[in-house]
Design a protein around this ligand. Structure first.
Ligand code: DGJ
Length: 708
């Protein structure tokens, strides 16, 4: 086979791969204006003195056996044999946007199929490997990772840490020597380490610097790393994390990695996110009938387990008056579920709470013109449940050991066909017997000693979770699903193929939400981000926020309300109504436009905007998070506008902003545009900007720009 060089190309990104004798990505960056395969000679490496006498390519398989000393792309063995395979290319199929490469190690009896797809419009690169065992003895697979080389100038990592109530917190580490590693063994994408990272030119910001992002589309255990080799070359790696013994390939069996989604941007994090958002909109997100995202009211923080159908109907009546379009009954509707210590697994209606069944509530909700949704947590079981009493052996567990409960619950073994059939039958009953439009699918604990038939089985559990959702989606194609796991514990692109919304966080505190939602926005567009106006005094933090700050913070996502509207006072209710209506007015823009996070000189201010595709309309939200660093807030230079157009700029919403004379405290004079709309050229607004007012901490204002 010749050393074929293949170019994958797209509107903004090129990937150049040398395919033989082994496969190596030579370039992953902006689309090249001119390229000929001979050009690659320019980057042929010298062989340095003092180490191996040959060049060591950063192959797709990143084989240890080739003299790569960092984390290999493949690890495993056949009873200790065939433990350092080397893959050579045997076939290549490609077009301008896709490449499938088969390589093999005949001695080790293994073939590796590598698939690369470059999305022609958005430039998002998808990669996965499939390893197949050809020999009669089983091959024990310990690791199978997708490895992508990044340029030497990518010397800073941004990744995410978090916890329950505090998801998607970015942190940075220099990538100068050694590496950065993150792992999750919790059986879900996790609050702690969202399976993604960005590497880039040091100091990269929202609007500046080249960046390369990777996301592993996988809802189970995972491992991501970024490494600098001692020769200065850099790689990022992403993989499903296999527990000991989980992945044993008998003859003819194969294992495929999850898809890795990679995007590079030259103009800071925005340029990367915009590619991901576009890609998701074009390829992954599917809303039935392309319907606009209905505004929710979710009962959880309003009534918790205290379900009384008459009262719930009053809540629904109030919700409809506020403009809510989908009403969701959360946890507490099924047998024995009076608190969080009992009932999970018994997916039968609690007839004590609902003596007339669910239908009167559903009919009431529908008569009010709203959709109806309901909460479930199918993977879980409480020890205090009829299901557990009948089938204690249905747990995901290792025999002979006891495991801790989490939120008083255990996990069901979805690989057990009886468990799977039971859940399918119960969910079938729920969705088949009731006109339910929406399911909030929760998952509130991590997996510990997760065994099936005596062996660890998180990978299998993750696949079975997908299978269960797939079976339901096939039967009920109009039903939408939300992925929730104590808030944002299960958020990734693979689960998004099967769901329509994420419950971003159990923390509805507007200040905390500003950070959490920004973190999530690096990889997800607004329309899949569940964002709710919570109670005046936040249940998670006990902090109090104005309706304006809460309303504006929930505005850009898939909006909802999470409280009891019956008990709210008139002023609060008027506020909910105002923000629901503002959201509906802006929804077409927010859910289709381009998201911009703006670099601000003072990081106590966070500015996020959405600009319509044709740049005729935009809204930017200024959120003052803390006490400003400076006495002036500076000028906001709007990105993404049309420099040749003129725009009318106006304050669309905020809490009352007053001068000292009028009873305010932070300004003697307001910038004029706050009182009356102004007109200015796009270029001026992009280059010189708009003077921001000085506002109090934990407040926000919304600016609208309309082309004239
Ligand atoms: C955790 C979820 O994140 C909440 O929104 C709520 O649905 C509770 N579970 C119900 O138990």
């Amino acid at each position: 086979m010749s050393s074929e060089v293949i170019r994958l190309t797209s509107d903004n990104t090129d990937v150049i791969v040398r395919c033989a004798p082994d496969a190596e990505i030579l370039y992953w960056g902006p689309t090249l204006r001119g390229f000929s395969p001979q050009d690659v000679i320019a980057i042929q490496r010298p062989v340095p003195n003092g180490r191996l006498d040959v060049d060591t390519p950063l192959t797709l398989a990143m084989e240890y056996g080739r003299g790569q000393f960092g984390a290999p792309g493949i690890e495993g063995h056949r009873n200790g044999y065939h433990a350092a395979p080397i893959f050579n290319t045997v076939s290549v199929e490609s077009d301008d946007h896709a490449l499938t490469l088969v390589s093999e190690d005949a001695l080790a009896g293994l073939t590796l199929t590598s698939e690369l797809r470059l999305h022609p419009r958005t430039g998002v690169l998808q990669v996965r490997h499939t390893l197949k065992n050809l020999s009669s003895d089983a091959w024990q697979l310990d690791r199978l990772a997708v490895t992508l080389p990044v340029p030497e100038r990518a010397d800073e990592v941004m990744a995410f840490h978090g916890r329950w109530l505090r998801e998607f917190q970015p942190h940075r580490v220099p990538l100068r020597h050694g590496g950065y590693l993150q792992e999750s063994r919790r059986g879900r994408s996790s609050h702690e380490y969202f399976p993604a990272m960005v590497v880039g030119e040091s100091g990269f910001t929202e609007q500046r610097g080249a960046v390369w992002g990777v996301h592993l589309g996988w809802s189970g255990n995972h491992r991501l790393r970024a490494d600098v080799k001692t020769d200065g070359r850099r790689v990022v790696q992403a993989e499903a994390l296999y527990l000991p013994g989980e992945m044993r390939l008998a003859q003819g069996e194969s294992c495929a990695t999850p898809w890795v989604y990679a995007a590079c941007g030259t103009a800071g994090l925005n340029s990367m996110s915009q590619q991901y958002h576009d890609f998701l909109r074009k390829e992954i997100i599917r809303f039935p009938d392309d319907k606009a995202r209905p505004v929710h009211l979710n009962t959880w923080e309003g009534i918790y387990f205290d379900h009384d159908p008459d009262y719930i109907m009053q809540m629904a009546t109030q919700a409809a008056e506020l403009g809510v379009e989908r009403f969701i009954i959360d946890d507490g509707w099924f047998r024995g579920r009076d608190h969080d210590q009992a009932g999970l697994g018994d997916w039968y209606l609690d007839e004590k709470k609902y003596p007339q069944g669910l239908m009167p509530v559903i009919e009431h909700v529908k008569q009010l013109g709203m959709e109806f949704g309901i909460w479930v947590e199918p993977e879980m079981i409480n020890p205090d449940s009829d299901l557990f009493r009948a089938h204690p052996d249905w747990l995901l567990q290792l025999p002979g050991y006891s495991q801790p409960t989490g939120r008083y619950q255990y996990v069901l073994d979805l690989s057990n066909p009886d468990v799977f059939a039971y859940l399918l039958e119960r969910l079938n009953w729920l969705l088949g017997e009731h006109p339910i439009d929406y399911v909030k699918w929760d998952m509130n604990r991590e997996l510990v000693q997760p065994g099936h038939a005596g062996k660890l089985a998180v990978d299998a559990q993750t696949h079975q979770f997908y299978r269960l959702l797939d079976a339901l989606r096939e039967r009920f194609p109009q039903v939408e699903f939300e992925s929730c796991a104590s808030g944002g514990g299960r958020i990734d692109y693979e689960v998004l193929k099967r769901t329509h919304r994420f419950w971003t966080s159990d923390n509805n505190d507007a200040l905390e939400r500003q950070a959490i939602q920004r973190g999530m926005s690096y990889f997800f567009p607004p329309e899949v981000m569940g964002q709710h106006i919570g109670h005046y005094r936040c249940h998670a933090t006990h902090r109090k926020h104005t309706i304006e700050f809460r309303g504006l913070t929930a505005l850009f996502g898939h909006m909802g309300i999470e409280l009891d509207p019956v008990r709210a006072d008139d002023e609060e209710r008027a506020g909910y109504k105002r923000y629901v209506s503002l959201h509906k007015q802006l929804r077409p823009l927010l859910h289709s436009g381009t998201t911009w996070r703006v670099d601000m000189p003072d990081d106590t201010v966070q500015v996020t905007g959405v600009v319509s595709r044709d740049r005729s309309q935009a809204v930017f939200l200024m959120a003052q998070l803390k006490m400003p660093d400076y006495t002036l807030a500076g000028n906001l230079r709007f990105p993404g506008l049309d420099p040749d157009a003129r725009y009318r700029v106006r304050l669309l919403d905020s809490q009352q902003i007053k001068t000292v004379r009028e009873g305010g405290g932070s300004m003697r004079e307001l910038p004029p545009w706050l009182r009356h709309p102004i007109d200015a050229s796009g270029d001026w607004l992009m280059q010189a900007g708009l003077a921001l007012p000085v506002v109090v901490p934990e407040s926000a204002l919304l600016i609208e720009l309309t082309k004239i």
